[in-house]
Design a binder for this molecule. Structure first.
Ligand code: ADP
Ligand code: MG
Length: 338
């Protein structure tokens, strides 16, 4: 249908209807749930035997991204951080709602870049836009996504299922997101340009571990995505489960770039702690019964995403971080006695 735009499209001052019709409606094509973005609501038909898993994350210019960041990357990261939560819970990505408040810097080129970023990732992750809300603001660009995924009924992995004796596993490699942020702030010295580029890309465009979703719902006892830092997110599992965790710093999987960065530092232990407590990895950390750990490791290997045992769940509370057998202090989010 044609939107009732009274004065025709004004390319210098695009209004919300234009944004919806030109940018977002194509992203809803092929999704009957969206009703062509021509209705007051989206409608999601229930699926017998399945649960709809829902998550929401917002990003604010100047807080979560820089005013100079290209908007296609901003949009893709926004979608991806939501898909990361779904993956950790074992849910298969399905669709999303988008809320965006355009700021004065968002002309058509910027808005089109934003939509193009979403389009690219929709195809990659198999999700569609179901609806949303569009406004303008004199303040910073603000956007949020509510993402939906499906799991078999009752099988969404909790944070709260860890028990003493479980093993702790983490996917991929830890620390690149943190190094990427340092790189973008020009705080990464002594690292080859190719490595700087690699970690910057991981910060700007994290890769949600969608391929691990099935393993998480089938075999993990407790899961979280690693967004606040590995120690903190393992801490969330421990707290929700009413248990403690031991984390071996030397077992933490590192990329080539992160390893090179650690080796260049005067105090490598300090560097490892920094990577273990930095954020933005968007890996998955989970606790699993020991007899299921191998199923996860083997399955992850087949998916091309290694999962590494980095510790275990114990009675007590908090995360005790060790390095070659010695307890190390990692600051906030770390070990609490008692
Ligand atoms: P309402 O007045 O009911 O809030 P809107 O004019 O905000 O309706 O939205 C009209 C339609 O456009 C709805 O289907 C809504 O979901 C969709 N829509 C609005 N903004 C967005 C957006 N940013 N992304 C996707 N769909 C959107
Ligand atoms: Mg609205």
């Amino acid at each position: 249908m044609v939107w009732p735009v009274t004065s025709g499209p004004d390319l210098d001052r695009p209004d919300e209807f234009e944004s919806i019709a030109r940018l977002f409606r194509p992203l809803a094509a092929g999704a009957p749930e969206a009703r062509g973005l021509n209705d007051d609501v989206a409608v999601i038909p229930g699926r017998p035997g399945q649960d709809l898993v829902v998550t929401k994350d917002a990003m604010v210019e100047g807080v979560h991204f820089l005013p100079t960041d290209p908007l296609d990357l901003v949009a893709r990261k926004l979608l991806r951080v939501n898909l990361s939560d779904l993956a950790a819970k074992g849910a298969d990505p399905y669709g999303y709602l988008l809320s965006v408040s355009w700021s004065p810097r968002c002309g058509w080129a910027e808005r089109e870049a934003f939509a193009a970023g979403l389009k690219a990732d929709q195809a990659h992750y198999g999700v569609k836009l179901f609806g949303g809300d569009t406004t303008s603001t004199p303040g910073p660009l603000t956007c949020s996504i509510t993402a939906f995924g499906w799991v078999p009924h009752g099988r969404a992995a909790p944070r709260s299922g860890a028990r003493p004796g479980d093993l702790v596993l983490v996917s991929g490699s830890i620390g690149d997101g943190h190094l990427g942020l340092k790189a973008l702030r020009d705080e990464l010295r002594h690292l080859e340009p190719a490595r700087v580029e690699a970690v910057s890309a991981r910060y700007q465009l994290p890769e949600p571990r969608t391929l691990l979703a099935r393993l998480m719902r089938d075999y993990a006892a407790a899961t979280a995505d690693v967004s606040d830092g590995l120690v903190a997110d393992l801490g969330h599992i421990a707290e929700a489960s009413g248990v403690g965790a031991e984390f071996r710093l030397e077992a933490m999987p590192l990329s080539g770039a992160a390893r090179a960065w650690v080796e260049h530092r005067v105090d490598p232990l300090d560097a490892l702690i920094e990577l273990a407590t930095g954020g933005d990895d968007y890996e998955i950390v989970c606790a699993t019964r020991p007899d299921r750990a191998e199923l996860i490791v083997k399955g992850a290997e087949r998916a091309g995403l290694p999962m590494t045992v980095v510790g275990r769940i114990v009675a007590g509370q908090g995360v005790r971080t060790t390095y070659l057998g010695e307890t190390v202090e990692v600051g906030q989010g770390g070990w609490r006695h008692g």
